[in-house]
Design a binder for this molecule. Sequence first.
Ligand code: 5GP
Ligand code: ZN
Length: 118
Amino acid sequence: MDCVFCKIVNGEIPANKLYEDDKCVAFYDLAPQAPVHFLVIPKEHIESANVLTEENAKVIGHIFCVIANIAKKLNLENGYRIVNNCGEDGGQTVKHLHFHILGGKALSWPPYDKSAEV
Ligand code: 5GP
Ligand code: ZN
């Protein structure tokens, strides 16, 4: 399977890792969109949030605990954003479930400009 995040899990391509255990890996994003921008992914290849089941979704709770621990280590006590892009309209480019963690500054909201509607 030609999946860049599976290759990071397998060590086939390098990543600047923050954390790893038997279920997930956290690493810095290659193209940071905030002063702090890292990703947390399950080791299991799950295509997106849209194919979650009661079984394969158990890792999500674990990932959120990992995120909270890393945020403490990185001194993100003022807050951060957890983002999951799902599918084409969601802007997902890598088809392996992942959570973006963005922080280190106050982030703008919302992500969608209604005034652009016709
Ligand atoms: P998406 O657009 O699918 O939500 O996010 C994919 C993210 O993965 C992007 O922010 C992109 O910069 C990051 N990314 C893609 N390929 C690599 C890679 O090989 N290494 C790292 N560290 N990040 C990657
Ligand atoms: Zn994968």
